[in-house]
Design a protein around this ligand. Structure first.
Ligand code: HEC
Length: 251
């Protein structure tokens, strides 16, 4: 991969300009909308992961049966978290004070629904007494919510990394090439976006980086099993963890 194909600008968009190559019937017209939608979806997935993380001690409390962490409670916390990060109130999407693209107005609620279904299906596990760690963690929530959402929409949402723990998170060729490119560079909040399939498919890749809270499972000592039963990878604070990717295909 020619690294000059991407321009990573901290805090801004990394755009690959295909300019005249894009037929006018393609995403070119509403690319900005599609891109903003992808960015918001990734933020919502991240917010959902954070809500699970904030409730991890409660979820893993072996002395407590009913945790009260219902799909509705999850939703309230997700809406609050997302509002804090974006100023967008998911409960008032249709008269939002912040501009939200029409595509996002359709897809953000669909992701909330998918997420609530994941939390609903996990209730029996979450409310089990006598068991501490239940393998209901941000990563498993994220994989499941993304898969469920992708099944119901024409948008594919995914969390991926070069050497995934879960084979379902295996990167495709495009994702792998961007991840390889990102792994050799300093941390950036930028994202990479590209039109493929003659402008029919928009790919957006948003990097995520390890923070100290991740390292009990993904950090040192490398090879030692973490609480979820996987060997730790030996990563350090600030290392590239992978990416959330969004693939939008034109209807
Ligand atoms: C409790 C242990 C634990 C912690 C803490 C944890 N992870 Fe993971 N992580 C896992 C497990 C288990 C999987 C596989 C999930 C699945 O089955 O989809 C995973 C998967 C992932 C994936 C998807 C790719 C893959 O390997 O399948 C990414 C990306 C990831 N973790 C990043 C993070 C980041 C970033 C943090 C901190 C914010 C974090 N993890 C914290 C255990 C953990």
């Amino acid at each position: 991969m020619n690294s000059l194909r991407f321009a990573a600008i901290t805090g801004m968009l990394a755009i690959l300009t295909l300019g005249a190559m894009i037929p006018s019937t393609s995403w070119a017209v509403d690319r900005a909308e599609a891109e903003e939608t992808a960015r918001l979806l990734a933020k919502l997935l991240k917010a959902g992961r954070l809500v699970i993380e904030q409730n991890q001690l409660l979820i893993d409390d072996q002395h407590k049966g009913d945790k009260g962490f219902t799909p509705d409670v999850f939703e309230q916390q997700l809406v609050r978290e997302f509002r804090e990060q974006t100023n967008i109130d998911l409960a008032k999407l249709h008269n939002s004070t912040v501009a939200v693209p029409p595509l996002a107005k359709e897809l953000l609620p669909a992701f909330v629904m998918a997420s609530k279904e994941v939390v609903r299906d996990a209730q029996v596990v979450i409310n089990q007494r006598g068991i501490g760690y239940k393998n209901f963690i941000p990563a498993t929530y994220g994989s499941q919510a993304a898969a469920r959402f992708s099944k119901h929409t024409r948008v594919r949402l995914k969390q991926t990394t070069l050497q995934p723990r879960n084979p379902k998170n295996e990167p495709d060729e495009y994702e792998a090439s961007v991840l390889k490119w990102l792994s050799g560079r300093p941390r950036a909040e930028a994202y990479v976006s590209e039109l493929t399939d003659h402008g029919q498919t928009l790919r957006v890749v948003m990097p995520i980086y390890y923070v100290p809270a991740c390292l009990s499972c993904h950090g040192e000592p490398k090879g030692e099993l973490d609480i979820s039963g996987y060997p730790k990878e030996g990563y350090m604070d600030g290392d590239l963890a992978g990416a959330i990717t969004v693939t939008l295909t034109r209807p």
